[in-house]
Write a protein that binds this ligand. Structure first.
Ligand code: MG
Length: 374
């Protein structure tokens, strides 16, 4: 990194961390001042979770995110990178990556394929940071066209799915409380993979018979035991099991899929477009997330490829503001299952956008990704 960029990155990080919970001053990285050029701005933000959230791999109360804006011709598109710590991106890595993005070489934002291929080529990895550019660019282009992306893609807003509401691993009384809070949701998603899987399911079944989706987050390490557990889950009105075993256990997942009474969905195994082909014959379906796929454009391609391979598609999220959730919601009429409760899990959202109404993903008529700043 050049010294100037490094100093700038340091300034953003130090100020960003002292402003957790509120929007810090926006740092502009202006492109050339002559003619119409795209201007990229970004700032760190920290999401406060309503509950401590526990999955098989970790527990936490906050999620670092990076908010982006791309301005062109007086119109601003908004984007977001959500970076749960276990995935390896952070305020610092995103600042370093975004400092390298130079949009001044493009004369207008409509050349999305070229722009996003360039962004992807700057450095490997950084999927959430790349996604923050992709989302802001989609929001900008949609606003310039004057239409939301679901319309640009020709999708029916009535066809949005119901979303599940996620319940982390916890003690029975907390789990029962969370089930109560999830009253408006028609489907529950339950995190498994520690040593209390049956207790989690029994606790939920003691208070509701709503369908359950299970996410093991790679927590099971033995395929025979995984099969036994899935056979038991199949008697408990469970719809499917997500990422039961470690992400690189392709043969074991293919073995399990052949025998499992429930569909097996790949999440951690399926990050980007080439992973969809690898998942064929190994999983019944894939979980697409903007923060893995580098954004809406590649997520759209992943969904189409999965469909061509006759696989099921789920659309998931991290804990995110309504910015990234609304971006994902634009794609939701295309998928079988949605898990887009990320903005419902936080207490300091920055945007109004797609809402969950009676458990259903509900799109707005606003152009772009369909959001307004609060
Ligand atoms: Mg998952």
């Amino acid at each position: 990194m050049k010294r100037r960029d490094f100093l700038k990155a340091g300034a953003v990080i130090s100020i960003g961390t002292s402003f957790t919970g509120s929007v810090p001053e926006i740092f502009a990285r202006k492109t050339k001042s002559t003619g119409e050029k795209m201007i990229l701005r970004f700032y760190p933000y920290t999401l406060e979770l309503k509950h401590v959230f526990t999955v098989a791999t970790a527990s936490r109360k906050t999620t670092p995110v990076m908010m982006t804006e791309i301005e062109f011709d007086g119109v601003v598109g908004y984007g977001e990178a959500s970076m749960p710590p276990y995935l390896g991106e952070s305020h610092q890595t995103a600042t370093e990556f975004l400092s390298k993005v130079d949009l001044s070489q493009f004369d207008e934002p409509f050349k999305m394929e070229e722009i996003l291929n360039y962004v992807d080529s700057i450095a490997p990895g950084n999927p959430a940071a790349k996604s923050s550019i992709d989302i802001a660019l989609h929001d900008l282009v949609g606003k310039l066209i004057g239409q939301p992306w679901y319309k640009i893609w020709g999708l029916n807003p009535e066809k949005t799915p119901y979303t599940s509401f996620t319940i982390g691993i916890d003690k029975p009384d907390v789990v029962r409380q969370k089930v109560k809070e999830a009253e408006q949701y028609k489907i529950l998603k339950v995190k498994l993979g520690l040593d209390n899987d049956k207790e989690m399911i029994e606790t939920i079944r003691s208070v509701t018979d709503k369908p359950i989706r299970c996410d093991v987050n790679q927590g099971w390490k033995n395929k025979e035991e995984a099969l036994k557990m899935i056979e038991w889950l199949a008697t408990k009105n469970v719809e499917f099991v997500e990422q039961p075993m470690p992400k690189d256990w392709y043969e074991e997942h293919a073995w399990l899929r052949e025998r499992s009474p429930l569909p097996i969905i790949g999440d951690e195994s399926v990050q980007r477009l080439p992973d969809v082909r690898k998942a064929y014959g190994v999983y019944d379906g894939i979980n697409v997330k903007l923060m893995k796929s580098t954004g809406m454009r590649e997520a759209y391609k992943m969904i189409l490829l999965a469909r061509a391979l006759d696989m099921k598609v789920m659309l998931g999220c991290m804990t995110e503001t309504s910015c990234a959730i609304s971006a994902a919601a634009q794609l939701s009429p295309l998928v079988d299952w949605a898990d887009l409760d990320g903005a419902e899990l936080i207490s300091n959202d920055l945007f109004d956008g797609a809402k969950i109404i009676d458990g259903k993903v509900t799109l707005t008529d606003l152009p772009g990704i369909g959001i307004k700043k609060k």
